[in-house]
Design a protein around this ligand. Sequence first.
Ligand code: MN
Length: 336
Amino acid sequence: MSLDIVTDIVKILNQERCFLITSHINPDGDAVGSMGAMYYILKELNKEVFLYNISGIPDRFSYLKFFKHVSMRLDRDDYDCVIFLDCGDASRAGGEINNIKKNIIINIDHHPTNDYFGDINWVDINMSSVGEMVSYIAEEIGLELKGDIAQAIYTAIVSDTGSFTFSNTRVSTLKTVTKILENGFDLDEFNRNYQRYWSINKVHLHGKAMQRARLLYGGKLAIISIPRDLLSETGASVEDCEGIINYIRQIKGVKVAAVLREDQDRVKVSLRSWGEVDVSKVAVELGGGGHKNAAGASIFSNLIRDKIPIIGEAHSGASLSEAEQVFLNCIEKYIT
Ligand SMILES: [Mn+2]
């Protein structure tokens, strides 16, 4: 890939000395994988590299060796260059990062809602994943996509394309994967690491959640609302909810899948769609963001109060159903 922006980024990677790499809160496979790939690139260039993620890296990614170098705190207060990966805006990495000194901010992302907060912004909404974007940087430097870098990039791509089933899977994505496989990537070992991480609690949670699935708007919307109690009942964690949405997305005739999960002071909304329904617009309306076919938002209790007149005291447990109402009011025009 011969893009001027890639050349510009490589120039900075060569010039600067001390780097901080970060990605968004509650990192997914793309956030983690792209951080790892960038870390290995900078290590190849003999740079001083720090890794920061405000919520840390989920244990399921511990097969990536860079895992142990990621800190949940900022280790120093000045860096030559800060690289944000997979962040639509700088606050996605956590507020703390605004207080540090940095000469240059590089922003590499593929969210349509990105607000170009960097000094150098490489935002391409056609890219499958930020991991794929970082692979072009590696190649520009002349690094082969193998070993640790390949493992990190493959994690990012597989995660953000739903194992090559989402519409963001492009010819160039598969060309990148082809190069990785040609270099002797052990797919069997990878899949064992990447897929085998479920607990029995997660299985129980999924079972109970599936029972709650409903179809609305003539079967075009599949929705599951998860009250907080369901997690304590099954001993499952918040991360264990991951993947529930993909099952209801597969119901015949469904155009949009939605999971609403009750959290401390908010209800988290996850959205997936097929084809033309752009769920990022729904998410933006609710104060969130994302991609055309995969997006999310948080409905806070004050938003609920703004949009639904509450008479008297809200009864306990009302917030989930109220958030559901706010969401349904919002999605109606996109789905009917
Ligand atoms: Mn991503």
